[in-house]
Design a protein around this ligand. Structure first.
Ligand code: ADP
Ligand code: MG
Length: 664
């Protein structure tokens, strides 16, 4: 078997370099460069059924005579094409050879984008298709033309046999095609059923490997830290809260305490809609651990949130004798050093912070509980890193983005799940309205009226083109224009990601204290911030946000017991309307998933690339559940087949360059 590219024709050093840059180092790896979509040239459409904007394959002949003209020095070829059902006008610029082809051909097949202009169907530069079957399309590689890419893949197919990665028993049991055969079909499909079977084999393998990798991070058979939780401590803490816990909070706290008491390390996700009170549950667990003589850490995705947790901890935990500290990137060097030393000596029992907590300089004396808040903002790796700070500490992750089971399996396949499915009593659902631009003035007047009642409002601007600079500009711009408007008579604050931490804190403090009426911000306030007096949330360019994100945002208001409003600045769309219809975060998340996928495999496939894994929601949920169960068994089994799959999963993870577990 040839080892390298030498045996492949058409590859010089420059192209080999280009392939290597794309992560392809051998003909075998080239075979694993699988097509991203297929165009089905067998799926011929009658002209009468053509819809504007779609790509269609048509079987046509020429109606009348084709024509050729010169426009601005370019050749323009025109023809009317027809089948039994209708006619369509086709044009080609700068393809003089088309004329002869049109004159000579009787019946032929074309492929192109159909447009309907005033009732006349048109095709612009359709391609004449000669090979009538599924044609694989690859993601382009720089400096390797598409035609060459197909050609070198064909050559590799003739030269290599790919080794199997899944045990025969498993393949039989789940009807999975042989790996080598599947690859052949994917690059050179003959019919739809076999193509689907080949695709399934790879989807199955992808997800199984993903799940196996997720389970590999869970300390399954290792002993963790047993915390001797004292019932009285727990009730001391809860009795000191300004409110009784809800039934759901009590149930979930019970599940956590049971985990803590067991020698098996806890690995648990707490899910609950915004405002359901996850913090109180986490604090109760922290209190129980601290009283039993252990340390706890709680990590949040933003400094603002970490500070807010620290502040609540001071009044709820420190008051009861638990020593707390804050660790973020913007704490002074001296203070930082002091805190690190105190943590190492065990003088501090509960540390709150950002990802600064996972830096190597942070050393605990006896970390028993590692909590990650707003987990969806972190990658899986970061979550586990906090857990690596102790000797198999108990790990608790909390997520306010309620996610459907499908996605929970992807992101947290290795975790036990608890759900806080009840909001504290007395919450009035946030009234959500879509506001078109021409009603902005009315909305401003409403906000002024709210401010006269002592209430506050948020304005959130979207992330523009993923650029923090542009984002800051859009918030600044809005802030300036508000100053010129009627709202100018209110006290306005502005906050965005690039400001200095100190400045941000000042703006936020002023808002907490009620000294500003309106806070204009970028998405920095998205997570967890709690200002009970805020009753209005305005989201600018709401159409740019995902539904779940909008639901999160409106969760920032209505935290007190008064009425609250969320105004989505956007024209009414089906998508946004859902938010005006329901307040159920799970329903919204499901809709969100539904809208992002599933698409059509044979065309523009819309996929939800979650955590680097390509998943079609809905369609893939059974497969996810299936592979999750399998991975659970594989993680605990010592047999040969399981060992083979674990090895395959490791190799698979390497090809993913760590992207999957690095960020989401
Ligand atoms: P989230 O689950 O979104 O993190 P928080 O923990 O920030 O929610 O809680 C939201 C608000 O609800 C806080 O102001 C908190 O004090 C309050 N809260 C939490 N639990 C209860 C409860 N059982 N009864 C009344 N208010 C509660
Ligand atoms: Mg929270």
């Amino acid at each position: 078997m040839p080892a390298g590219f030498e045996s492949i024709k058409g590859l010089g050093p420059r192209r080999i370099q280009a392939l290597e840059k794309a992560g392809i180092h051998s003909p075998e790896e080239l075979l694993l460069y699988l097509p991203v979509k297929y165009v089905d040239y067998t799926n011929v459409k009658p002209i009468a059924d053509c819809v504007s904007g779609e790509d269609a394959v048509l079987r046509v002949s020429v109606y009348g005579k084709p024509s050729q003209a010169h426009v601005n020095g370019k050749t323009l070829t025109r023809a009317v094409l027809c089948d039994e059902t209708g006619k369509i006008h086709a044009t080609w610029f700068r393809q003089p050879w088309m004329y002869k082809q049109l004159v000579d051909s009787e019946e032929f097949t074309v492929y192109g984008r159909v447009e309907n202009k005033n009732g006349v169907l048109r095709l612009s530069a359709p391609r004449v298709v000669t090979e009538l079957r599924f044609t694989p399309k690859y993601k382009p590689i720089d400096a390797v033309p598409a035609k060459l890419l197909s050609d070198i893949i064909k050559q590799s197919l003739a030269r290599c046999v790919l080794p199997e990665t899944l045990p025969a028993k498993l393949r039989n049991e789940y009807g999975l095609m042989d790996r080598n055969e599947a690859v052949r079909i994917l690059h050179d499909p003959i019919d739809r059923p076999s193509l689907e079977k080949a695709l399934y084999r790879f989807r199955f393998e992808d997800m199984l490997c993903f799940m196996v990798c997720a389970f590999a991070m869970k300390p399954v058979n290792r002993d963790g830290i047993r915390v001797d939780v004292c019932e009285k401590d727990v009730s001391d803490f809860t009795g000191n809260l300004p409110f009784p816990l809800t039934g759901a909070q009590r149930r979930v706290l019970g599940e956590i305490l049971t985990d803590l008491r067991s020698t098996k390390p806890m690995a648990r996700l707490v899910q609950g809609d915004v405002g359901c009170g996850k913090t109180a549950v986490a604090f109760a667990a922290i209190y129980a651990c601290a009283k039993a003589g252990f340390q706890c850490a709680m990590m949040a995705p933003t400094e603002i949130l970490a500070e807010q947790h620290f502040e609540s901890a001071q009044s709820l935990l420190e008051k009861l004798g638990v020593k707390c500290a804050l660790l973020t990137g913007s704490i002074s060097q001296k203070k930082h050093r002091e805190v690190l030393d105190a943590i190492e000596r065990g003088e501090i029992q509960a540390v709150f912070g950002t990802h600064a907590l996972v830096s190597p300089s942070v050393k605990f004396k006896n970390l028993a509980l590692a909590i990650t808040d707003e987990q969806h903002r972190f990658g899986v790796r970061q979550r586990t890193r906090l857990g690596e700070k102790g000797e198999n500490p108990n790990v608790l992750v909390m997520s306010a983005t309620p996610i459907p089971r499908t996605m929970a399996l992807i992101l947290y396949g290795d975790l036990d799940i608890s759900v806080i499915d009840e909001l504290p009593p007395g919450r009035i659902p946030v009234k959500t309205r879509l506001v078109p631009e021409n009603k902005r003035g009315d909305m401003y007047r409403f906000i002024i009226q709210q401010a006269s009642l002592g209430r506050q409002a948020y304005f959130v601007c979207p992330l523009v083109e993923d650029s923090e600079t542009v984002e800051a500009e859009s918030a600044t711009h809005l802030y300036e224009s508000m100053k010129q408007s009627e709202l100018g008579k209110l006290k306005l604050g502005l906050i965005y990601g690039k400001q200095k931490a100190e400045e941000k804190q000042q703006v936020l403090d002023a808002y907490y204290r009620g000294e500003t009426d309106v806070l204009v911000s970028t998405t920095v306030i998205e997570v967890g911030v709690n200002v009970p007096n805020a009753t209005v949330m305005v989201v600018e360019n709401a159409e740019r946000f995902g539904l779940s994100q909008l639901h999160q945002l409106r969760g920032r208001v209505g935290r007190g017991n008064g009425e609250a409003w969320c105004f989505l600045m956007a024209n009414a769309t089906q998508k946004l309307k859902i938010l005006t219809e329901t307040n159920d975060g799970f329903k919204i998340a499901e809709k969100d998933m539904e809208l992002r996928g599933p698409g059509d495999l044979f065309g523009t496939r819309q996929t939800g690339a979650i955590a680097g894994l390509d998943v079609r929601f809905g369609e893939d949920s059974n497969l996810l559940a299936l592979t999750n169960n399998l991975a659970r068994k594989i993680a605990e089994s010592g047999d040969e087949d399981s060992a083979m799959i674990r090895l395959s999963a490791q190799a698979w993870l390497k090809t993913k360059n760590d992207v999957i577990f690095a960020a989401n």
